[in-house]
Design a protein around this ligand. Structure first.
Ligand SMILES: Nc1ncnc2c1ncn2[C@@H]1O[C@H](COP(=O)(O)OP(=O)(O)OP(=O)(O)O)[C@@H](O)[C@H]1O
Length: 469
């Protein structure tokens, strides 16, 4: 990015402006004086002009706001000159506070204005460096953010597996970027021109899975008024991403295995074997080997899918990426932000580093998005993020989400204890499925045995239990 130069956009009809411009020119500044917003935007586009100087009157004060709305991210750092702050309306004062780098009230001497302009130029240069740094954090071809060794390792693995046309099993906690990883593999593979289709195996209604995956012929069952191709066929020459593969019912696992072995499908009610060239990527946040041990997942299918492996790291394993990620999402949601928000307060960055991020990067996406909507100040505070500083001197109030998480965690531990740590029984008492309970155990980092004393914890492992340590 080009270094910011000493070019200034000067705005206003104040009688002192021409003399001020003349004097400042002696300090090496050059000036543009646009007549309207359109001209101002053209100057920003065509020249390396990063500083605005504005003599604020009621009719000019909204220009910084209009320019910021028209060119995102904000193009200029504004230095505001004000004859008399007290005479400005509240709205004008608010606009100055929200959109301008600095202001100077009368008496307006050139030396002090020059100091402010130097400061604004320094800020523009700092921003250029920051933008360059942020771009370097973003792995361009994968559209993934993070530059730490664990993320570098992930990128290398993605590149390696992308070049081989074999199934890949992507493992990692919820929200760590498994789907993003699958997309990156597809986009870097020779199939990138073909479709990339996603099936969430846990979300398909039991009665529809077969038809959704394999399609059906007209009249195959009541309501099948016409032929429908399934998502496997629709992924021909592309990639099919099977998310939450651990949730696929056992009977469907047999059909999927058959497809992977023959690369042909039978539509429901069909007699013809249809060849389909598609690469399958699968993801799971549960331990499939343990699911195999419990009899919940077919061993032959596991081996078919587990040809190549990619593991997405939990966010707490690469805390140095927290700030670049937060800034990345800040920019992504920039257009939805309330006018004043400029970034994160130092305290927010500290609490984000301290937070454990059980929901990983998805949790960060949600917290940043919410904070940008809720924030009423220039900088996002820990409270806006729903995170309070935890340094042993708690401020006494938990966010609603933290309170909910704590209550959920306690309810699960209590149900496990009451049910002698039998997953099925505890899940029944909590009125949730076993799969959901496993997920919650992982989310809260609860050991199934928690609360048991050492001597009592060696009960036999049955198909109803899971070991999360
Ligand atoms: N390295 C990254 N850089 C930028 N955004 C990311 C990164 N990793 C994940 N995300 C974003 O985080 C969110 C969650 O990612 P994704 O859906 O890929 O996770 P997941 O592991 O598949 O989640 P789940 O297990 O819940 O299905 C998405 O909005 C995704 O774009």
């Amino acid at each position: 990015m080009m270094e910011s130069s000493r070019q200034i956009m000067a705005i206003g009809n104040h009688p002192a402006l021409p003399a001020t411009i003349e004097e400042l020119s002696r300090h090496g500044w050059s000036f543009f004086q646009p007549n309207n917003l359109h001209e101002a935007l053209a100057i920003v586009e065509d020249h390396d002009c990063r500083i605005g100087l504005i003599f604020v009157e009621e009719d000019t004060v909204s220009l910084p706001l209009e320019m910021e709305r028209a060119s995102e991210p904000p193009a200029l750092h504004w230095v505001v000159l004000v004859e008399d702050v007290e005479r400005l309306s509240d709205k004008a004062r608010d606009l100055i506070y929200s959109y301008c780098f600095a202001y100077r009230a009368a008496p307006l001497d050139t030396r002090s204005i020059n100091v402010l302009l130097e400061g604004a130029l320094g800020m523009a240069k700092l921003q250029d460096r920051y933008d360059a740094y942020r771009e370097s954090q973003q792995n361009a071809d994968l559209r993934m953010v993070g530059d730490t060794p664990v993320m570098q390792h992930l990128y290398r693995t993605i590149h390696k597996v992308a070049s081989v046309d074999a199934p890949v099993l992507i493992t990692g906690e919820s929200g760590t970027g498994k789907e993003l990883t699958a997309r990156a593999i597809h986009e870097l593979s020779s199939r990138r021109q073909g479709p990339f289709n996603v099936v969430n195996c846990g979300a398909l209604p039991a009665g529809l899975i077969q038809s959704e995956l394999f399609g059906h012929e007209k009249g195959a069952f009541t309501g099948a008024n016409q032929r429908k191709t399934g998502i496997i066929e629709n992924s021909r020459d592309g990639t099919l991403f099977l998310d939450e593969i651990g949730d696929l019912p056992l009977d469907m696992q047999v059909n999927l295995l058959r497809f992977l072995e023959t690369l042909t499908v039978f539509r429901v009610g069909g007699l013809k074997e249809i060849p389909v060239d598609v690469r399958v990527l699968a993801a799971t946040h549960v331990d499939l080997e343990k699911a195999v041990e419990r009899g919940d997942f077919r061993e032959d299918l596991f081996h078919r899918l587990n040809v190549l492996q990619v593991q997405t790291p939990a966010l707490r394993e690469h805390p140095e990426d927290i700030e670049p990620l937060a800034n990345f999402f800040f920019r992504r949601f920039f257009a939805d932000k309330p006018a004043k928000v400029r970034g994160f307060s130092h305290e927010s960055l500290v609490v984000m580093r301290q937070h454990r991020w059980p929901g990983n990067i998805r949790e960060m996406v949600n917290r940043v998005r919410r904070a940008m909507i809720m924030c009423e100040h220039r900088l996002i505070s820990p409270g806006d993020l729903g995170l309070e500083r935890r340094n042993g001197h708690s401020r006494g109030s938990d966010s609603l989400q933290q309170a909910r998480d704590m209550a959920e965690c306690e309810a699960i531990k209590a149900a496990l204890a009451r049910n002698k740590h039998k997953i099925l029984h505890a899940a029944r008492e909590l009125d949730i499925s076993r799969v959901t309970l496993y997920r919650l155990l992982e989310k809260h980092g609860i050991d199934r045995n928690s609360g048991q004393d050492e001597a009592a914890s060696d009960f036999p492992s049955t198909s109803e239990t899971i070991q999360l340590t």
